[in-house]
Ligand binder design. Structure first.
Ligand SMILES: Cc1cc2nc3c(=O)[nH]c(=O)nc-3n(C[C@H](O)[C@H](O)[C@H](O)COP(=O)(O)OP(=O)(O)OC[C@H]3O[C@@H](n4cnc5c(N)ncnc54)[C@H](O)[C@@H]3O)c2cc1C
Length: 306
């Protein structure tokens, strides 16, 4: 109930104003977000890379409804990628792209062309792009765009959400050589007709998907902070005789940072998803929805400062 409420609020203009202007919001937001500028993001990326971690950078923004804003997002990514290359961080950091930030809701072809430009900039920087998966209504379009992009950029990463009832089927289709696939549980509100609602069902689906990906020929990117699933991933790597460089763990910036370092110290590849920018509202609300304790922390800080 609370999760659904927060996810609905993540798309409400009214609640957005209240949260964005609350006096302590920024302080709490900084736990999950690297900062508002590219300088902030590059500083955090350099620090994480120095600790042996990989990074995927997300320029915050989604649900863009005009072409000028979509264009701005593309330019922002191109600038970021150019600067990553200048700093020699192309081998340590890639980018994550939300297609709704580059015009998917306006026109699929616009989003495809814009994503192509981001992939071109990534290639010049010696790195890759992963297409984030958003709301269930965008899944078919995102997979079509992924398929088109992979014609020219075969290393473009896909994301499959295990809460989708069709997740295992998608994973089977994507478990081929050279295919980079991020598996996550799913962070959006979705109807029961397309997605599991029960946490145990979502977790069981995650394990089924992981089995398919780890036994397959692709490159699995296991995005979860769930200790049980991380353990199962390790067991599946042994079972499938996978070397540490044939898959990676992924976690969000600010969540279980000690675990990220522990896995990396054990020789695993760990990539941290670093989101930054001014449009942090939707991303922040999804992080609150994932863990009610985060909401308590946010409310307590607001009350004590208010
Ligand atoms: C690298 C990465 C990329 C992602 N990309 C996408 C995407 O493209 N599309 C999409 O829909 N979702 C994406 N997600 C979000 C994902 O779908 C989940 O909502 C999120 O990862 C929480 O699920 P979990 O697997 O960590 O398990 P959970 O069962 O939610 O959490 C397990 C444990 O992790 C810790 N934890 C989890 N979330 C939080 C939090 N917000 N704050 C504090 N502690 C927390 C807690 O200790 C919790 O008990 C991504 C997640 C990661 C890590």
């Amino acid at each position: 109930m609370l999760r659904q409420g927060l996810l609905v609020a993540s798309r409400s203009g009214g609640v957005r104003k209240i949260v964005e202007t609350a006096p302590v919001t920024r302080q709490v937001v900084r736990r999950f977000i690297a900062g508002e500028t590219t300088d902030d993001a590059l500083r955090v990326t350099g620090d994480l890379a120095g600790e042996g971690l990989l990074v995927t950078l997300d320029v915050l923004g989604e649900d863009v409804l005009d072409r000028a804003q979509a264009e701005q997002t593309v330019k922002h990514y191109a600038d970021l990628l150019g600067r990553l290359a200048d700093l020699g961080l192309g081998t340590r950091a890639e980018v994550s792209l939300k297609l709704t930030a580059v015009g998917q809701a306006l026109d699929e072809d616009v989003a495809l062309e814009n994503a192509r430009r981001v992939c071109t900039a990534a290639r010049s920087a010696g790195t890759t792009v992963t297409l984030d998966m958003e709301d269930h209504s965008t899944v078919d379009s995102t997979l079509r765009i992924l398929h088109e992009l992979r014609g020219d950029f075969p290393d473009t990463g896909a994301v499959i959400q295990s809460y989708l009832r069709r997740a295992e089927e998608y994973c089977a289709e994507l478990a081929f050589e050279g295919s980079r696939v991020r598996l996550c549980k799913g962070a959006y509100a979705a109807p029961e007709s397309v997605a599991f609602d029960d946490k145990a069902d979502i977790d069981r689906s995650y394990v089924r998907c992981m089995k398919v990906l780890m036994a397959g020929k692709g490159y699995p990117m296991l995005a979860t902070h769930d200790p049980r699933l991380v353990d199962i991933a390790g067991a599946l790597a042994v079972l499938n005789e996978r070397e540490p460089d044939t898959f990676e763990y992924q976690m969000l910036y600010g969540i279980r940072p000690q675990e990220q370092r522990r896995l990396a110290e054990q020789g695993a590849q760990v990539r941290v998803y670093v989101a930054y920018g001014e449009q942090w509202y939707g991303y922040f609300m999804r992080r609150l929805a994932e863990r009610p304790a985060n909401l308590g922390f946010f409310v307590r800080s607001t009350v004590s400062k208010g």
